[in-house]
Design a binder for this molecule. Structure first.
Ligand code: PLP
Length: 350
């Protein structure tokens, strides 16, 4: 049987998502940047209205209403928008549209590690550019022929965000398309969406998983020039968003008051949490996302604290690779959850 599998797939180390608790486990889950607050109440209503009866029918193949809703919210044309089953699916569509086996893709390291896995799945050459000693002022990548360059902005796992002026310079510098992965941009003070109107080789991706509390619904977007979206649309599975996802995502986008209220709560908790960490002598990058990257004294200390927290039922994320192994990425939960975490940290941090 092994002989039937592509060799590069047999060799592949699959992407490992953050630990998921068992259904019956009560944990404080701060390891995958989910939102601690429920989505808009309109979402539940929309799901109920959609009902089970309609599920015998296929969904709208182009997520037409959702694209129109997003277009009016973001001031774009529906033809500049592609919907995905989560923004992870959008990343896969980008690779299938713009690359063939042996082509190169680039990305900063550290950033979202799924780009590397996707590149390996598609048998591409990987050209990571280290963020360097001062990650908030990264070097421009070496002048190489990449079909796509991925920029996680705000950065995950570190949380800082590069300004649109830098992103415009990067787009001018890279060969191929610059993909700005804005999974966390709703928590930042700025974003790069407006740049797509003037910079032809720029595609921005977003998700409803974080700022709209809809990680389980699986809805993401690509925004870009009509010429790219039209090509990506050919590659997409024709019914990629189910009926419930389309209906619920539309109302979630429409309920902007709920979105803003939720967002402000997270930002307040984030700043309070960073300050409390600072008072304990734990440094962190200023965060433009719904998580904080806390830097401990050493890799050994970070891994020990990670284990101690996990044992106490608090899940955070530890990345054992060089450059990140001194830190813990901690999603922003409710105030009560962050207080519990701080209490446990005070007990385990020397
Ligand atoms: C930077 C980044 N991009 C994309 C994603 C994928 O999000 P989605 O749930 O929309 O697939 C994540 C999820 O954690 C992420 O951190």
């Amino acid at each position: 049987m092994r002989a039937a599998v592509n060799e590069h797939i047999a060799r592949l180390k699959a992407y490992v998502p953050g630990l998921q608790p068992r259904e019956d486990e009560q944990v404080i889950k701060l390891n995958t940047n989910e939102n601690p607050y429920p989505p808009s109440p309109w979402v539940e209503e929309a799901i109920r209205e959609e009902g089970a009866e309609s599920l015998r029918l296929y969904p709208n193949p182009t997520s037409r209403r959702l694209r129109e809703t997003a277009a009016s919210l973001y001031g774009l044309a529906p033809a500049q928008i592609l919907c995905g089953n989560g923004s992870d699916e959008i990343l896969g569509i980008l690779l299938r549209t713009f690359t063939t086996r042996g082509d190169a893709i680039g990305y900063y390291q550290p950033s979202y590690s799924y780009y590397k896995t996707l590149g390996e799945i598609h048998a591409l050459e990987l050209l990571p550019t280290p963020l360097g000693e001062n990650p908030t002022e990264p070097p421009l990548p070496a002048d190489r022929d990449v079909r796509l360059f991925f920029l996680t902005n705000p950065n995950s796992p570190m949380g800082f965000s590069l300004k649109p002026e830098f992103v415009a310079r990067l787009a001018d510098h890279v060969q191929g398309v610059l993909v700005v992965d804005e999974a966390y941009a709703d928590f930042a003070g700025w974003d790069c969406l407006a740049l797509i109107q003037d910079i032809p080789n720029l595609v921005v991706t977003r998700t409803l998983s974080k700022s709209y509390s809809l990680a389980g619904l699986r809805v993401g977007f690509a925004f870009g020039a009509e010429q790219w979206i039209e090509q990506m649309d050919k590659v997409r599975d024709h019914y990629n968003l189910n009926r419930i996802a389309q209906a619920a995502a539309c109302v979630a986008l429409r309920d902007q008051p709920h979105f803003h209220e939720n967002r402000v709560r997270i930002l307040k908790t984030r700043e309070r949490f960073r300050q409390a960490l600072g008072e304990m002598g734990i440094e962190s990058y200023p965060s433009e996302a719904n998580f904080v990257f806390a830097r401990l004294a050493s890799a050994k200390a970070a891994s020990r604290i990670f284990d101690a927290l996990t044992e106490r039922g608090i899940y955070v994320r530890y990345f054992p690779e060089a450059g990140l192994d001194r830190g813990l990425r901690i999603s922003i939960g409710t105030d009560e959850q962050m207080d519990r975490l701080l209490e446990e940290l005070r007990a385990v941090v020397p």
